[in-house]
Design a protein around this ligand. Structure first.
Ligand code: AMP
Length: 397
């Protein structure tokens, strides 16, 4: 069965058409600048990437262009939409309503809408994507795969904040965590690579991309994660601040003469390694180039990022009373051996030994610790689209 995986952001839409039998990606691409002007980038399997400017006032037009591209006579990969057996939607926030992926019906859509106040930029876009598919491909089964679902196994001591309890009761203000599809996929792959039962392992997953989060997975269940009510909490990221003293919000508002919305924009878009490097870049490749050329801000940004990751690893090793494996994934985690080396440099107390040569691997599943290391260190490339396709297939079957 061909499964269309859709990831609708506020002004973008990523897609992949996956053949579930072979797990091959038949075509993939992205619509960007939705609501502004519109650009469709489309790559069929074995073909060339093509970029087309198209007017996309809403996600509905964007999805229509994607479906046209997939069925195009020359560059399409299917003859008609009847060859799409199901659609898997990435949905950012499932609140406490969803502990796993579900088939979409009217009740599920209402629940996704109810969670919109927890993810005001993402959930409405996800819903628009769902409605557009219903309109354009009526009758095709659709699944919602939530970013938050994997973390719903966290105990109250991990998800409660030190705030008046009624905020949790009345407003559902708590830690939720994100990147759940990635944490789930990567931790399960790690267990397979280690050839040990998933439910007998203590695994720390370091999802280090432009957005970054850690999770502690004990006996097959997430017991803690670094992102919170929103993806702003936790590690220093590309442009997000991660953890700061909450008083800094008022302090910045006073000093910069701005309001809460202004401060939130600063914390989400102008902070992280981008802000720390004085705007050099949020991309670690640029930061390393800068650091090599003597840019002290870039060097400090990288060092602070790595130190933060190492501190969270320490916290999660304590939370689980030990750790069997530390796994690196996502753009930085998969590709940046120097970041991994720096992070692992803090883990000597766990009797962890990195294999410096094996660690040079890029973007492939690799054990990067020595055989005598007490904790296995691994690189496992994440594949959220494939995980969504598998979940969708499981539900449709
Ligand atoms: P993601 O959000 O998982 O797509 O990760 C994107 C980030 O990965 C980029 O902003 C870069 O910081 C980082 N990245 C991608 N490729 C490399 C690379 N070869 N070396 C270092 N960092 C990389």
């Amino acid at each position: 069965m061909n499964i269309l995986v859709l990831n609708c952001g506020s002004s973008s839409l990523k897609f992949q058409l996956i053949d579930s039998a072979t797990e091959a990606v038949l075509a993939k691409g992205i619509c960007e600048r939705i609501g502004i002007d519109g650009v469709l980038t489309y790559t069929p399997q074995g073909g060339d990437k093509e970029e087309t400017k198209k007017s996309m006032p809403t996600h509905t037009e964007a999805i229509r262009f994607v479906l046209e591209a997939l069925t195009d006579e020359k560059t399409g990969v299917i003859r008609s939409l009847s060859e799409v057996g199901a659609v898997g939607h990435r949905v950012v926030h499932g609140g406490e309503s969803f502990t796993e992926s579900v088939l979409i019906d009217a009740k599920v859509k209402r629940a996704i809408e109810d969670c919109s106040e927890l993810a005001p930029l993402h959930n409405p876009a996800n819903l628009i994507g769902i409605n557009a598919c219903e309109e354009l491909m009526p009758g095709t089964p659709m699944a919602a795969v939530f970013d938050t679902a994997f973390h719903q196994t966290m105990p109250p001591k991990a998800y409660l904040y030190g705030l008046p309890y009624r905020y949790y009761e009345d407003y559902k203000l708590r830690r939720y965590g994100f990147h759940g599809t990635s944490h789930s996929y990567v931790s399960k792959r790690a267990a397979q690579i280690l050839e040990k039962p998933y439910d007998e392992l203590k695994i720390i997953v370091c999802h280090l991309g432009n957005g970054a989060s850690l999770s502690a997975v004990k006996n097959g269940e997430c017991v803690d994660t670094s992102m919170g009510l929103t993806p702003l909490q936790g590690l220093i990221m590309g442009t997000r601040s991660g953890d700061i003293d909450p008083s800094a919000v008022e302090f910045i508002a006073d000093k910069e003469n701005t309001d809460i919305a202004g401060v939130m924009k600063i914390l989400n878009k102008e902070s992280g390694v981008y802000g720390m490097s004085k705007g050099l870049s949020s991309d670690f490749r640029d930061l390393w180039k800068g650091a090599e050329a003597g840019d002290v801000y870039a060097k400090e940004a990288i060092e602070t990022f790595c130190y933060n990751v190492a501190k969270y690893i320490g916290a999660y090793a304590a939370a689980m009373n030990g750790v069997d494996a530390v796994v690196f994934t996502a753009g930085v985690g998969e590709n940046d051996y120097r970041v991994r080396e720096q992070v692992c440099g803090y883990l000597g107390y766990l009797e962890t030994k990195i294999d410096v040569e094996a660690n040079k691997a890029r973007g492939e599943e690799t054990v990067i610790s020595t055989p005598d290391s007490k904790v296995t260190l691994l690189v496992v490339p994440t594949n959220e689209e494939l995980a969504i396709a598998r979940e969708t297939l499981r539900l449709v079957k």
